[in-house]
Ligand binder design. Structure first.
Ligand code: DC
Length: 226
């Protein structure tokens, strides 16, 4: 039986990959996986359960047992809508710490693979094409200059009514980029089998159309062993 197609969209924080990936999924009628949300939910669950962000086995245990669901754009943890907390800036930093532990990544692997079903899946994250779906049909590395990513994130935060300085957004992005890229397991990296999509000068719509174009033209990633 052939597996459902997967479009893997990896890239750094605030690159816009979530919005772009969700729209590609919608256009194709595919399912959508926001894998960063899983790490965010583990971080939120740890806060609730009093598990330290340095306790790898404790965090991996949570990753296995927590009850999570996605409804529309909402993130639910053990039957509670925790979207706001899960997407808050302080959770971004703890999710990045949680995600550096191999046991946590291992615990979330099957949960992610289980979401691959017909007619197809668009998955966004850091290691979708390299580890979780190494046989993805199309792999995209979506990025933008850090200054542009910081501006986009800053605008979002201001729209949410938060008062933050652009300099601190740049600093936080730099810290997360470094942590996500330098960890030994599943680091954030542009592998040669992924199409590079630099959105520094592109609108969301142009990025979506580029990916749909590649998919429609049969541009394919190379299968790689994790
Ligand atoms: O995409 P995001 O900002 O919601 O991700 C939150 C954190 O989770 C990010 O700092 C890195 C980590 N992450 C990861 O390590 N692997 C993924 N596939 C997705 C996210």
């Amino acid at each position: 039986m052939s597996l459902a197609p997967v479009i893997a969209v990896d890239g750094p924080s605030a690159s816009g990959k979530g919005t772009v990936a969700a729209r590609v999924a919608e256009a194709l009628g595919f399912h959508y996986l926001d894998s960063g949300a899983l790490y965010r939910l583990v971080a939120v669950a740890a806060g609730r359960a009093g598990v330290s962000l340095t306790d790898e086995p404790g965090l991996a245990g949570l990753a296995i047992k927590i009850n999570i669901s996605f409804k529309n754009n909402e993130l639910w943890l053990d039957h509670e809508n925790v979207s706001e907390l899960a997407r808050a800036e302080e959770t971004s930093a703890s999710a990045s710490r949680v995600a550096a532990f191999p046991a946590v990544r291992e615990a979330l692997l099957q949960r992610q693979r289980a979401l691959r079903c017909a007619p197809g899946l668009v998955a966004d994250g850091r290691d979708m094409g390299s580890v979780v779906f190494p046989d993805a049909t199309l792999k995209v590395f979506l990025t933008a200059d850090r200054a542009v990513r910081a501006e986009r994130r800053h605008k979002q935060l201001i729209e949410k009514g938060m008062r933050v300085k652009i300099a601190s957004v740049v600093e936080e992005l730099q810290r997360r980029d470094e942590r996500d890229s330098s960890r030994p397991v599943a680091p954030l990296r542009h592998y040669p089998d992924a199409q590079l999509l630099d959105t520094t000068h592109l609108s969301i719509d142009e990025a979506v159309q580029t990916i749909l174009g590649w998919y429609g033209q049969g541009v394919r990633g190379q299968p790689r062993s994790p």
